[in-house]
Design a protein around this ligand. Structure first.
Ligand code: NAD
Length: 398
């Protein structure tokens, strides 16, 4: 099969963020290029123009496409001929910068992959939705956990009714790296994540609970109704929450819980989801992502392993695999699956076709808005002693 049919060429990436000493920008570049469908062509890699240009060789970006700022990149790239210009922009910078960068990229006509949380606050997310709606760009949000083969497998099983009616979604995202006040030591990733002027209104809840909540929405499709949340800051001197639990009531009468922690000793990146249906239950953990457990009362527990050739694998689960079973696939591959789904749409757009932008395999602008509404309502609920607040947003209507 040709690359990126019907476009039949690699897509050109413009990376924003990912400069020396950063975390997720490198992951984006690896994920985008994993299937040979994209090439890192241009970059505005740091908030510091010198460091931005100095970081370009790390990505094999030619000096003529190494920019000092995202404004300079969009301006120069827009003027290049079709055959040279970047096709998409990956926004991998701290939260407070996402909106300006993503909006400018959309206005310049570039497709966007934006990291989560999508913006600094809900108002920005809604404004961005309007900008995207007035364009024809493909806009994805890197809720990368949706890219795991067994997450997609579970989603298809649930949507096919194999679990029956969904009664409960329990998610937890447990980390321990902020047990001490790392931000006081100027640790780069901790510093902006615990700064309300950069991270947004929430700490752990903006950073990781958004992934957990999104995963439940993605796997079940249940529509939210109301939320009650309690956030806490356990580490002295910290300015944002580092622990919290939200209870979500879904429209079908189901109940969900989302617990996020950054202060649990020894815990690394333990995102876990359990889903209870009237006919069966499921459990998946990102630290052991090649297994999905399915249980029914009175029957032996079943462990689905990631196996593209097994008859029990669903179409979308099998299609998300690259390797035979037993060869572990994980973070990079799942991230790459979000990219691959977005690339399918970008290739169609590049060929002049109209693309579906609401009901997509990859998390999109609507999921991004939902994530920001979730954060806003959790913070507001917590400030009102866990009052029940609405969690229904128009963005969730599919
Ligand atoms: N999807 C995931 O699993 C995941 C994981 C980690 C981080 N993230 C998200 O990715 C984003 C970045 O997080 P991180 O941990 O990589 O941060 P980081 O601090 O490690 O890196 C941020 C990079 O962005 C650069 N930058 C800042 N402002 C810029 C600007 N205006 N123009 C160009 N570059 C700029 C910085 O110089 C740095 O190189 C955050 O929104 C975070 O929530 C997502």
């Amino acid at each position: 099969m040709a690359i990126n049919e019907p476009l039949n060429r690699k897509l050109r990436m413009g990376l924003v963020g990912g400069g020396q000493g950063s975390f997720i920008g490198r992951v984006h570049s690896i994920a985008a290029c994993l299937d040979n469908r994209a090439v890192v062509t241009a970059g505005a890699l740091s908030s510091n123009p010198e460091r931005s240009k100095a970081s370009a060789p790390d990505y094999d970006i030619h000096e003529s496409r190494a920019y000092g700022s995202y404004e300079a990149m969009f301006d120069a790239e827009s003027k290049l001929p079709d055959g040279e210009r970047i096709d998409f922009v990956s926004v991998t910078t701290p939260n407070h910068t996402h909106y300006e960068i993503a909006r400018a990229a959309v206005e310049a006509g570039f497709n966007v992959i934006c990291d989560k949380p999508m913006t600094f606050d809900l108002a920005q997310a809604e404004a961005l939705l309007e900008t995207v709606s007035n364009s024809d760009v493909v806009f994805a949000v890197s809720h990368n956990y949706t890219g795991y083969p067994l997450v997609r497998q579970a989603r298809e099983m649930i949507l096919n009714g194999e679990l029956g009616e969904i009664n409960a979604i329990r998610t937890q995202y447990i980390q321990g790296w902020l047990r001490t006040q790392l931000e006081a030591e100027d640790q780069k990733q901790a510093a902006w994540r615990t700064d309300p002027s950069k991270s947004g209104a929430a700490g752990a809840f903006g950073d990781i609970a958004t992934h957990a909540y999104n995963l439940g929405r993605y796997m079940t499709g249940l529509l939210p109704e109301t939320v009650s949340c309690h956030l806490k800051t356990f580490v002295e001197g910290r300015r944002l929450d580092d622990y919290g639990t939200a209870v979500v009531r879904y429209e079908n009468g189901g109940l969900g819980t989302v617990t996020a922690s950054q202060i649990s000793h020894g815990r690394e990146n333990d995102l876990e989801i359990e889903i209870d249906g009237t006919k069966g239950s499921l459990r998946w953990r990102q630290e052991n992502p090649n297994e999905l457990i399915f249980r029914q009362n009175g029957k032996a527990h079943q462990i689905y392993t990631r196996d593209p050739n097994a008859s029990y694998m669903s179409g979308s689960g099998a299609a998300a695999c690259r390797l035979p079973s037993g060869h572990p696939e994980a973070f990079f591959e799942a991230f790459a699956n979000v990219y691959a789904s977005a690339f399918d749409a970008m290739a169609l757009r590049g060929d002049g076709q109209t693309v579906e932008r609401r009901d997509t395999v990859y998390p999109n602008i609507y999921d991004g808005v939902e994530g920001m509404y979730f954060i806003q309502q959790c913070v507001a609920s917590s400030e009102q002693d866990a009052a029940w607040l609405p969690l229904k947003h128009d963005a969730a209507r599919r």
